[in-house]
Design a protein around this ligand. Structure first.
Ligand SMILES: Nc1nc2c(ncn2[C@@H]2O[C@H](COP(=O)(O)OP(=O)(O)O)[C@@H](O)[C@H]2O)c(=O)[nH]1
Ligand SMILES: [Mg+2]
Length: 215
């Protein structure tokens, strides 16, 4: 019973910015519950907006009108339990090579750190995934991090086309054809995504419990 409650009734009641980390790799101590969920996707897809919308706090993560502005990994703590992590986006076509390489090193180091419990991979609901989205997806599979596909800006499509377009984007990526439509404008999908976070938390708590038994 308690387990179900954790999953279904999970709600974000409190959120705070913890720290920004660059190439130093000076990550904060793991979240109290050990859950760390990162937002991954191209620049401007809506990563920062999604964190703000989930937390119902529009001043939490910096939302940018111009793509490619975030160069740091930003950690937010939710309910003093788990971390949501805002990662720098990719797909800044005009960026110099050195900048793209720096992004690659930053991401690789973080993905390989073993901290991540889950990734929300964000795709724009209106567009087919790019070659970089596909590459990112390959990376996620390579590092073996569990993921959820989120199709952002669902308010840009009519209600009738949302789920179909979200799933089509997932299929084009080469993933199981299922993505969650989300809008940071009208909070469509917020309840489902909060439930997903509750389930991730639940899994982690269960894992910790079984590890304790194993010791
Ligand atoms: N209509 C609409 N616009 C959005 C949504 N999410 C983000 N945006 C806009 O897209 C732009 C980029 O958002 P941002 O969160 O900074 O993207 P990031 O670079 O992935 O962090 C901003 O102008 C946001 O206002 C959404 O769900 N619906
Ligand atoms: Mg951002």
């Amino acid at each position: 019973m308690t387990e179900r409650r954790q999953m279904d009734d999970f709600a974000i009641k409190q959120a705070e910015f913890i720290t920004s980390v660059g190439m130093s790799g000076d990550y904060p101590p793991p979240a109290p519950c050990g859950v760390e969920i990162a937002m991954v996707g191209k620049s401007n897809v809506g990563k920062s907006s999604l964190i703000n919308s989930l937390c119902n706090n529009y001043k939490l993560a910096r939302v940018s009108g111009s793509p490619g502005k975030t160069r740091l990994i930003n950690f937010f703590c939710i309910n003093r339990q788990l971390y949501l992590v805002d990662l720098p986006g990719y797909g800044f076509a005009k960026a110099p090579k050195t900048e793209k390489e720096a992004w690659g090193r930053l991401m690789e180091r973080y993905l390989a750190s073993g901290r991540l419990t889950h990734i929300f991979l964000l795709l724009d609901i209106r567009h087919a995934p790019t070659a970089e989205d596909k590459q990112m997806f390959e990376w996620i599979l390579y590092y073996g991090v569990p993921f959820t596909l989120v199709a952002t800006k669902s308010d840009k499509l009519s209600r009738a086309h949302r789920q179909q377009s979200a799933n089509a984007a997932a299929k084009l990526l080469g993933a199981p054809p299922s993505a969650l439509p989300y809008s940071s404008e009208n909070a469509q999908g917020r309840e489902e995504l909060q439930k997903r976070i509750g389930a991730i938390l639940e899994d982690q708590l269960r894992l910790r419990e079984s590890n304790n038994f194993a010791i």
